[in-house]
Design a protein around this ligand. Structure first.
Ligand SMILES: Nc1nc2c(c(=O)[nH]1)N[C@H]1C(S)=C(S)[C@@H](COP(=O)(O)OP(=O)(O)OC[C@H]3O[C@@H](n4cnc5c(=O)[nH]c(N)nc54)[C@H](O)[C@@H]3O)O[C@H]1N2
Ligand SMILES: Nc1nc2c(c(=O)[nH]1)N[C@H]1C(S)=C(S)[C@@H](COP(=O)(O)OP(=O)(O)OC[C@H]3O[C@@H](n4cnc5c(=O)[nH]c(N)nc54)[C@H](O)[C@@H]3O)O[C@H]1N2
Ligand code: SF4
Ligand SMILES: [Mo]
Length: 893
């Protein structure tokens, strides 16, 4: 193994003992001389490097202007099919983030007491050795499961590095603050019911909307605001569609730019979406406006279900990859008949009805869905969701009378305990209208290149390493087996295990993302747990509140320093490192190095991870970083170097790539239609396989796990938010307002709060309050208010606006790097996650807790929190300190 080589490191080791802000500030000069100018440009010429932003998950194409080895300007790359040359404020902030005077520059070790904030610079070798030693000791004493890791969610290009490392280390415990709270409910529902991608615009799906020629006529934005969550790409695409006459409906308690321009805006009460979805379903079924042919032939709704076991009747179970043979009620013969895949034209199956088959009481899937939706009349939904009954009907009509179209589901419904059911509800509403794989619809399975993202290469091989016994110990996953789709633990279960020691005590935390106090629910509840941990590592681009509690801090690279392949529609791009500063390291490399250290120290599993004899050609680790990149680009038969010279290029001509109606095409192996990616090859609106998931973990494990405490429900159900504002609620007397959240376009989660130009635009969090509530609670526009839940109290600045419905308030997550060195470490003053809820009830399938839709109260405050910056000139201290580039870290493991 070659050691890390860094320029003149031996002369530069600093031994200063100092506070976080000072430790990372400009006063801590390195004296590094200038290395080679980035990308081979001579000192005087400006070179334009094609790269991709990663200030959020959208990866917009960027042209980085590099002069004298420094990035001097960023602009959008017009070749990128999704953003078409646009960049948002976060992307443009890349230079201020890169050259921020408070970057994490070197590995640091704590020298004072934890939280005292005193640090000493160490070498990467020392850091890796110290961490690996601690991991090995912990494993020896308490078992590998006593080590847990966490990472960042949306926008984190190295997401899968963490489970990969954990698998190699043989600990089942890692989490991220999204997951059960973000995206997993949707990937799970769409994956299990349809076998294709979900319809999140902010997660770069709904590829149909980027096609200038799409025949789409209507777009439903359900709990998503692309104008804020992906402004340069999806947001712009939605605006273009609207300009062309596409009708839109927005279901959102907040008047976002998309809501303001919608044909119908439904300002729903937070947390009640499933009730509204069931009402849409009932209306569509009742009025028989669903796509009869599609529902009959391509969904599993005509199949008979045993009402006692909730399982479908089968005459044949097939184990050769062909679908089982299910039963329908044939109206010609008035008897139950088997229907082989794909269809039997001699049968006339009943869609609705209850039947007795060999003494077994059965109903069709359709009948069960109908009964599930029965209670949700438009009037009932209006009452539950605080909506106007006529507006609900108008919205359904816009959707059902303007085909083709589709429903895009955002993250809003992933953030309350009804999460999985909402995602199922949207699959159903898209499918009932036959909005599947047609031109102009959102549910599509267009081919991917295999090059990007890196996920597959990074995690898949590693799964083999996690032993069966260890998987059973994964915290929270036995009860919430939907987490298995992402191989993740449940954060609340990890927290409880630390606090109670049951079923065992996690002791070491490897944390690799921004500010967990801003992104985890009820973040103060983590403090007593953190105090009990033996060892905490934090790796990030700059110090955050979380760093204050760590024992070792590691410097991660900003996106302008990293490399990875990027895919957009039918084209390929490359994120290219345009510079390298100090001793920052790509995160992917860090996890490889740590696994290697553990292997060197005798960790058998980690050794296997590097052993081609055991792992075969799909090694989860690589000798060189470039080997991984080469492996990715081998999907298009190129080495990384050649690939970066060719980008951008089409991996498939657009016409071929837009592969509509995949389900109807002939599978050459079987001679049958391809169908959907489900066990029955039908769109599984009645999600029978979720029952087996709960009982055994299938299809995400190869061996059975102990069952969850109760079966999961194959159809969506509505659950009133636990903290309910409805009449009769005791809690609502003290906390009368419903709190919700949503994106603003200036920051990505906890990131970029240290970028002067962004903080100048949005220095402090606003709380949106309806004028009626402002009168009721005696607060005026622009005033500081206290916001309080059962769990804590924060401050925010009042924005009195009709843009939020009465009874609901809205806020965004916030922390203040300027108070990092104070007792609050910047996360306690204005952070909405001090108020949110991370205990039961959880979503049954996935373990989701409540980030949106809990109760708060507001009252007048005497002013802003102490020490926060409000005036533009205060942020000047954070203006870029252009540092000379340093030679790239040797990318050998
Ligand atoms: N109250 C409330 N809480 C929330 C939410 C909410 O709406 N309301 N949203 C939830 C959601 S949807 C999510 S996804 C979570 C997010 O919560 P976290 O995942 O904890 O968020 P961050 O760590 O800030 O996100 C990781 C950041 O690091 C940046 N990054 C850049 N390069 C790298 C790299 O190489 N490696 C890594 N690891 N990171 C890199 C990413 O761009 C990203 O901005 O927060 C959740 N918490
Ligand atoms: N600028 C910026 N962009 C981001 C991110 C970021 O932090 N900042 N994060 C990225 C990530 S990880 C994600 S997951 C995506 C999320 O992207 P989106 O899915 O677009 O998510 P949000 O804006 O968080 O939430 C969407 C809308 O839901 C509304 N809402 C709140 N409660 C409810 C409710 O109960 N029901 C309904 N129907 N609507 C509700 C909010 O007002 C908000 O306008 O954004 C990504 N892009
Ligand atoms: S939307 Fe903005 S932050 Fe996200 S990738 Fe594009 S430019 Fe970057
Ligand atoms: Mo997310």
């Amino acid at each position: 193994m070659k050691q890390l080589v860094l320029n003149r490191r031996q002369f530069l080791k600093a031994t200063a003992v100092t506070g976080i802000a000072a430790a990372f500030s400009g006063s801590f000069k390195t004296g590094f001389t200038q290395g080679e100018a980035a990308q081979g440009a001579t000192a005087s010429e400006t070179k334009i490097v094609k790269t991709n932003c990663r200030a959020c998950v959208a990866n917009c194409g960027v042209l980085a202007h590099v002069k004298n080895g420094r990035v001097v300007k960023l602009e959008g790359n017009p070749e990128y099919p999704m953003s078409k040359g646009a960049l948002c404020a976060k992307g443009l902030a890349g230079i201020q983030a890169l050259y921020h005077p408070n970057r994490n520059k070197y590995p640091m070790i704590r020298v004072g007491k934890r939280g005292e904030n005193k640090w000493k610079r160490i070498s990467w070798d020392e850091a890796l050795d110290t961490i690996a030693k601690k991991l090995m000791e912990t494993r020896e004493k308490y078992g590998a499961e006593a080590v847990f890791a966490s990472t960042g969610g949306g926008g984190n290009p190295q997401f899968w590095s963490v489970p990969r490392f954990c698998n190699a280390f043989d600990t089942p415990n890692w989490f991220e603050p999204g997951c059960a709270q973000c995206y997993l409910p949707r990937t799970l529902a769409f994956g299990m019911m349809y076998g294709g991608a979900d319809t999140s615009i902010a997660d770069s799906n709904c590829l149909e909307i980027y096609d200038d020629e799409t025949p789409i006529k209507t777009l439903i934005l359900w709990g998503t605001d692309p104008s804020y969550s992906c402004p340069a790409g999806g947001g712009a695409a939605v605006a273009e569609l609207r300009a062309k006459g596409v009708k839109t409906v927005v279901i959102d308690p907040r008047l976002t730019p998309d809501a303001a321009k919608a044909d119908v805006w439904l300002p729903i009460r937070p947390g009640t979406d499933v009730a509204l979805m069931l009402a849409w379903t009932r209306y569509i079924l009742d009025k028989k406006i669903y796509d009869q042919e599609f529902v009959m032939k391509w969904t599993n709704l005509p199949y008979l279900v045993d009402v006692n076991t909730h399982m479908m009747l089968r005459v044949g179970e097939h184990h050769d990859g062909t679908p089982d043979t299910f039963m329908v009620w044939d109206t010609k013969t008035n008897s139950a008949q088997p229907v082989s895949y794909p269809w039997n034209d001699r049968l006339a199956p009943a869609l609705e009805g209850s039947f007795t088959v060999n003494g077994v009481e059965c109903k069709t899937g359709f009948q069960l869905l109908k009964e599930r939706a029965e209670a949700y009349t438009l009037e009932k939904a209006a009452e539950i969701c605080w909506l106007d009954v006529n507006k609900i009907e108008e919205a359904i009509r816009v959707y059902t009378q303007n085909a083709p179209g589709g429903i895009s589901l955002g993250v809003a419904t992933d953030q309350n305990p009804n999460s999985m059911q909402a995602a199922m509800g949207v699959v159903i509403l898209n499918s009932l209208m036959g909005n599947v794989e047609k031109p102009g619809t959102l549910m599509q399975r267009f081919p991917m290149s295999g090059v990007a993202p890196l996920f597959g290469y990074i995690v898949q091989p590693g799964i083999k390493l996690l032993s069966e016994g260890q998987l059973k110990k994964r915290l929270g996953t036995i009860e919430h087996k939907g987490l298995l789709q992402w191989w993740a633990a449940q954060p609340s279960a990890v927290l409880q295990a630390i606090l109670t020691g049951k079923p065992y005590k996690p002791r070491v935390w490897l944390e690799r993302s921004g500010n967990k106090f801003v992104t985890l629910g009820n973040s103060s509840s983590w403090i007593p747990a953190i105090e009990q941990l033996d060892f905490i590592v934090h790796m990030y681009m700059y110090p955050t509140s979380f760093s204050a509690y760590a024992d070792i801090l590691l410097p991660a690279q900003e996106w302008l320093e990293t490399e990875m392949p990027v895919e957009s529609c039918n084209m390929l791009f490359a994120r290219q490192a345009v510079t390298h500063l100090w001793e920052t390291m790509d995160e992917g490399l860090f996890w490889s190095k740590l696994a290697k250290r553990c292997a060197d120290m005798g960790h058998e599993n980690c050794k296997k991870a590097f052993d081609p004899e055991f792992m075969g050609k799909d090694l989860p680790y690589w000798d060189k970083w470039e080997d991984l990149l080469n492996k990715c680009t081998s999907a298009v038969n190129m080495k990384w170097e050649e690939y970066t010279q060719k980008i951008p290029f089409e991996f498939m001509p657009k016409k071929k790539w837009k592969n509509y109606y995949l389900y109807k095409q002939t599978d050459l192996k079987t001679g049958m239609p391809v169908g959907f990616g489900t066990p029955s090859k039908k769109l599984e609106i009645y999600l029978e396989s979720i029952i087996e998931l709960g009982r055994t973990g299938k299809p995400f494990t190869t061996y059975p796990l102990p069952p969850a405490s109760k079966d999961y429900d194959p159809l969506p159900y509505f659950a009133e938010p636990h903290e309910s504002p409805l009449e009769g609620s005791q809690l609502a007397k003290e906390f009368p307002l419903v709190m919700t959240n949503g994106r603003i376009p200036f920051f990505h989660h906890g990131t970029l709060r240290n970028v002067p130009w962004l903080r100048e635009i949005y220095p402090v969090p606003e709380i949106w309050i309806n004028p009626k509530d402002s009168v009721k609670y005696g607060v005026s526009h622009g005033e500081w208010v206290f916001v309080e839940s059962q769990r804590g109290k924060i401050r925010a600045k009042a924005n009195i606006t009709e843009g939020i419905r009465p009874g609901v308030v809205y806020m965004e997550r916030f922390w203040t790097p300027e108070t990092l060195d104070t007792d609050t470490h910047g996360w306690q003053e204005m952070n909405v996650n001090i108020l949110s809820k991370n205990d039961a009830p959880f979503n049954d399938v996935i373990g989701t807790y409540t980030l949106r839709g809990y109760l708060v109260k507001i009252s007048k405050a005497d002013g802003p929190p102490k020490g926060i910056w409000l005036k533009p000139e205060e942020f000047k201290k954070w203006l870029p300190e252009p540092s000379d580039p340093t030679p790239l870290v040797d990318k050998e493991v």
